[in-house]
Each structure stands twice: as structure tokens, then as C-alpha cells.
Design a protein around this ligand. Structure first.
Ligand code: FAD
Length: 472
């Protein structure tokens, strides 16, 4: 009998437990359903771009993939009946809407006589497996990481040797879904930056282990260097399993013990991803609501002009602008710059973190409900184990520290390319003669700062008084 294999955020063949299970039981109908409602978090533009490439790569690797669009709760049973399948399998997703949908669907399918099985493929451990000693969820990262480190994740599974495909007529065409932009094609050139799909993920991991891992601990904070893995979109779409990364890093450190410290640092970053999934599982309102409810009292500022300047990379603070332009032009922003740019929106402009979360959701190729919500609430100070609200990043000194020669800023803000290093993070403090020599007219060729750092900082801290006065 045929098994219907429902692909979701697991778009790969290797270490895919649902695929292994399906292939072991006879013919397989592989299905992907484009559900555009997705519990209020419809795919953003950059994610749609990625998904197109990932599905094309998966269909090619499998030899065929049935595509359907609409409500999975109706589509999956209908396709299973049409295929004469008696089993339905998938790998679990952990977003609140996905959990609700899958639980209801599992019940309905079981009532209809289907055998239904689900697996973990997205995380090192299930979000409920790591618990405090008293049996509850962790709210602080370090003890979570200490608990995770004591366990050994299951070893990655090999891709099945052979898959007996049982394809149906009537699949949608990927092109008809129009996931990629046409007019205008704002993602022009992205195919030279990214290779969605399992093979691209494997190449990325191999390149990182060869060139990025050594020195990651220190280099990961430098956007002007190439020490990060850029595996985040591959992880989000499940083209690479975290277990495979875990074991590959250990093997690299076993071969070269000098890599051990950098290896553990990298794995601890991977554990932040697990922590975010853990938080979202236990606190499903994380994407919408302040985790620390005292932040409900914060006097947010309704500033459409400031928000737009931030989105366009025109705040007048080069480190922030470089990050926002990197995001717009590539679908990615380096983590250090994400923190500084997010802090600028929340603290310098006092715009609600949800506005930034929504912009990132639309523009990041790695947009991920758990990581994005946890990241924004961490910066806002409203989240679990968050950065204290009163720690307000100074975009000028952050630039000077993490992009000391201004190479990152010059790359994304080319109009500042001719400024000497000491002024590249604060053109507004450069003498007129220096600006003139660099061909810069502030307010014309590059924006004047939209807020003054010291005043903005004071206003943010004043707003924080309301949080301090509010009860949790
Ligand atoms: P590496 O340094 O190579 O890290 C390896 C992997 O570890 C990453 O691919 C990622 O899966 C995980 N990881 C690293 N740092 C974090 C972190 N702080 N939180 C959770 N996981 C982490 N990450 C997303 O994947 N999707 C998002 O939507 C997202 N939104 C963010 C929003 C804000 C405001 C902030 C501050 C961070 C956000 N992050 C998000 C986390 C982090 O910035 C990215 O995971 C990281 O920059 C991805 O680049 P990389 O793969 O080169 O990272």
C-alpha cells in the first residue's frame, strides 16, 4: 500500500525520518501543500523566493513531487484517498498554528482509518524534552544549554537507497504559484548568492567547516568577515538537519582538536535556535505579545516616517543603514547588525518591536517564527533571558568595534566609500572639509541622522520608567 509523505519544513532526503519510514513501507506519494493562510503568518516575499528554489531542488532530487495549494486539512485526506494510500507520515512543525492544524488533522485521519505517524526532523530534541529539574520549561538560555549539552542527539539517518514513487496526475505547476517576483524582480542576482535546496546546504556546511569554523568564536561578531555559516535559511526550510550539523562539527573537532572551542561556540548558537523553538512551544503568544507583560506599559511611538527611513536604510547611522540595505539586497543580515538595527528601531525610534518583526518576516530568507520573535523580544528587553532594556546599543561605537575599517559599511553604503576610517561610522561628526573631499553632502548624498543618539537614548530610558512602575 502507498504511503503519503507530506513535506513541510523538511525539504531534504538525508536525515529525514518520515521519508525513511515511508520508503520502508512501499510506494510513496510525496506531497507539498502551499497553505498561504498559515495561521496569520503567510510566507513573506523573501521566503517565497527561497521556497521556489527549495521545492524545485527537492522535486528534482526525488524524481517528482505532488504540489497542491490550499487548506492542507482538506487536501491531504483527499490526495491520500485518490492515491489509495493507507498511511500518512510527516515531520513535525512547532509553530502554534501548525500544531493546532496537525493535531486536528491527525485525529480526523485516524477516524477515517489511516495510519498516521509524525517524527522529529527539525530539532536536536523535541521542545518538551529538555526540562528544568522541577519539570517545567527553561526561561534562561545558559541552563537550557547546559541541560542540552548533557544529552546526545540521535545520529543522522542516511537518505533511502531507493524510493518507489507513486505519483498522481493533477499536480500544480511550481511556476504557476509565482513564488518569485517578476516585475519588478527585486531578487535579481539572489541566485548567485544563495543555492536553495539540500545540495546547496551541504556545500554551505562544507565551506563553513573548511573556512569559517576556525576562529568562529571571535569572528562571528564581525560582519566585515566571513566567519558565520549562513546556514539559517537552509535550516529553516529543513534542507539541512541540525543533527547532521551537530555530528559534522564534532567530527571536524575530532580530526583537529584545535577547533573544539570554536565548534562548541557554534553549537551553542545552534542551541539558541532550539531555545527559541522551546520558548515558542511553551509560550505560543511569543510572536505577538510581550513575554514580560510589564512591557505592555511602554509608551511606544507611532512614527511612520522613522519606520520607513529604517526600512530603507536611510537613518543616517551607517552601521544600521548598511544592515538594512544588506537585508533588502540579499535577504540576509549579519546577527550583530540585526541586534544593532533592531535596537535602533525599538530604542532610538521607540517603534514597537512588532513592526520590526513584521519587516524582517517579509524580507529575510531565513524568516522563522520562533527565532524572529525571540530575537526581537531579546533586543526589546521584553523577552525571556533578554538583553536588559537599559542596554542601548550606540550604533557608532558598535560600528567602530565590529567593523573597525568600515569595510562592511562601505560595501552597503557605497556613497560613504571615500570617507576616512575614523569618520565612516559617524559622517555627521566629520569636518566639512573631510565630507567635501569624500564627495558627501549630508542630507543629499547620504541622510543626516534622523535622531540624535543622546536625546534618543534619554527618551527611551524615560519610557522604560513606565515598565519599571508596571507590575509583571
Ligand atoms: P551562524 O552564526 O552561522 O549560526 C548557526 C545557526 O545557529 C544559524 O543558522 C541559526 O539557525 C542558529 N542561530 C544563530 N544565532 C541565533 C540566534 N540568536 N537565535 C536563534 N538561532 C540562532 N534567525 C533565524 O534563523 N530567523 C529569523 O527570523 C531571525 N530573526 C532574528 C531577528 C533578530 C532581531 C535577531 C537579533 C536575530 C534573529 N535571528 C533569526 C537569529 C540570528 O541572527 C540568525 O540565526 C543568524 O544571523 C543566521 O546567520 P548564520 O546562519 O550565518 O548564523
Amino acid at each position: 500500500m502507498t504511503t503519503l509523505l507530506w513535506f513541510r519544513q523538511d525539504l531534504r532526503l538525508a536525515d529525514n525520518p518520515a521519508l525513511v519510514d515511508a520508503a520502508d513501507h512501499g510506494p510513496v506519494l510525496p506531497v507539498y501543500v502551499l497553505d498561504e493562510e498559515a495561521g496569520g503568518w503567510a510566507l513573506g516575499g523573501a521566503s517565497r523566493w527561497w521556497l521556489h528554489g527549495s521545492l524545485a531542488a527537492l522535486a528534482k532530487a526525488l524524481g517528482g513531487l505532488h504540489l497542491a495549494r490550499g487548506d492542507a486539512r482538506a487536501i491531504i485526506p483527499a490526495l491520500a484517498k485518490k492515491a489509495g494510500a493507507n498511511r500518512i507520515v510527516w515531520n513535525r512543525c512547532y509553530e502554534p498554528a501548525a500544531i493546532a492544524r496537525d493535531t486536528a488533522l491527525k485525529e480526523a485521519l485516524a477516524k477515517d482509518g489511516f495510519a498516521v505517524k509524525s517524527f522529529n526532523s527539525a530539532l536536536l530534541f523535541e521542545p518538551w524534552e529538555i526540562e528544568t529539574q522541577s519539570g517545567g520549561p527553561f526561561k534562561v538560555f545558559t541552563p537550557f544549554w547546559n541541560a542540552l549539552k548533557k544529552r546526545t542527539p540521535a545520529g543522522p539517518l542516511a537518505a533511502p537507497d531507493a524510493i518507489d514513487l507513486a505519483l498522481l496526475e493533477g499536480s500544480d505547476s511550481l511556476e504557476d504559484w509565482a513564488l518569485r517576483p517578476a516585475a519588478p524582480d527585486w531578487a535579481k542576482g539572489w541566485s548567485t548568492l544563495w543555492t536553495p535546496g539540500e545540495a546547496g546546504a551541504g556545500d554551505r556546511l562544507a565551506a563553513f567547516l573548511d573556512e569559517g569554523l576556525c576562529g568562529y568564536g571571535e569572528g562571528r561578531d564581525r560582519p566585515d568577515r566571513t566567519h558565520v555559516s549562513r546556514l539559517s535559511p537552509h535550516l529553516h526550510f529543513g534542507e539541512m538537519s541540525p543533527r547532521r550539523i551537530w555530528y559534522a562539527v564534532h567530527q571536524a573537532s575530532d580530526r583537529d582538536p584545535a577547533l573544539a572551542a570554536d565548534g562548541w561556540k557554534f553549537l551553542s548558537e545552534l542551541a539558541w535556535r532550539e531555545f527559541a523553538a522551546h520558548l515558542l512551544y511553551h509560550f505560543p503568544t511569543l510572536p505577538q505579545e510581550n513575554w514580560r507583560t510589564a512591557f505592555d506599559a511602554y509608551p511606544w511611538h507611532d512614527d511612520a516616517t522613522g519606520l520607513e527611513a529604517w526600512q530603507r536604510g536611510r537613518t543616517g547611522y551607517p552601521f544600521v543603514d548598511a544592515g538594512m540595505r544588506e537585508l533588502w539586497q540579499t535577504g540576509y543580515m549579519h546577527n550583530r547588525v540585526r541586534m544593532v538595527a533592531a535596537s535602533f528601531l525599538i530604542k532610538h525610534l521607540r517603534v514597537h518591536w512588532r513592526e520590526g518583526e513584521a519587516w524582517f518576516w517579509d524580507t529575510l530568507v531565513d524568516a522563522d517564527l520562533a527565532n524572529n520573535a525571540a530575537g526581537w523580544q531579546w533586543v526589546a528587553g521584553s523577552g525571556a533571558d533578554a538583553s536588559p532594556y537599559f542596554r542601548i546599543f550606540n550604533p557608532v561605537s558598535q560600528g567602530g568595534k565590529f567593523d573597525p575599517d568600515g569595510a562592511y559599511v562601505r560595501r552597503w553604503c557605497p556613497e560613504l566609500a571615500d570617507l576616512p576610517d575614523e569618520h565612516v561610522h559617524a559622517p555627521f561628526e566629520a569636518p566639512a572639509s573631510v565630507l567635501e573631499a569624500a564627495g558627501i553632502i549630508l542630507g543629499k548624498t547620504y541622510p543626516a541622522p534622523i535622531v540624535e543618539h543622546r536625546n534618543a537614548r534619554a527618551a527611551a530610558l524615560e519610557g522604560y520608567e513606565a515598565v519599571k512602575a508596571a507590575k509583571e
